[in-house]
Design a protein around this ligand. Structure first.
Ligand SMILES: [Zn+2]
Length: 135
């Protein structure tokens, strides 16, 4: 069994296309300016369907996290233990992703992180946004 891969749809395709070019993009409402993630059909603040895309800085802080010691499926066993973190981006929205290269015993809420892209796991896959501690 392999790890599940992204399956973009019409709403999420611009995000994944951005990942292919090394950009983590957020939706920005053209009516009210609200920024959101993950991609949706309408603004979660004013319900407008007029959404554009902006390139996020890729910087944020650890809002919350958990360390996974038991793999949900066989394909994740080699990664154990691994950290899944909710990252609060500088722009405001929060995004959940792996926090790579950090000691699970030393991670703390509020630590500064940056997004990087892990190469696609398979042909036709997408680079996956991941977080790492900012030095
Ligand atoms: Zn809006």
């Amino acid at each position: 069994m392999t790890k599940p891969l992204p399956h973009p749809n019409a709403t999420t395709q611009p995000f994944w296309s951005g990942c292919q070019q090394g950009r983590f993009e957020l939706q920005r409402c053209e009516a009210c300016g609200h920024m959101q993630f993950p991609p949706r059909l309408a603004c979660t603040s004013c319900h407008s369907g007029a959404l554009g895309w902006v390139n996020a800085s890729g910087r944020g802080t650890v809002y919350s996290f958990t360390t996974v010691y038991r793999a949900p499926i066989e394909a994740f066993k080699p990664d154990l233990p691994y950290i899944i973190a909710m990252i609060e981006l500088e722009e405001g929205p929060r995004a959940m992703m792996n926090l790579r290269g950090a000691d699970p015993e030393r991670i703390a809420i509020g630590m500064e992180v940056e997004i990087f892209f892990e190469p696609p796991a398979a042909d036709g896959g997408y680079p996956l946004p991941q977080a790492r501690l900012r030095s």
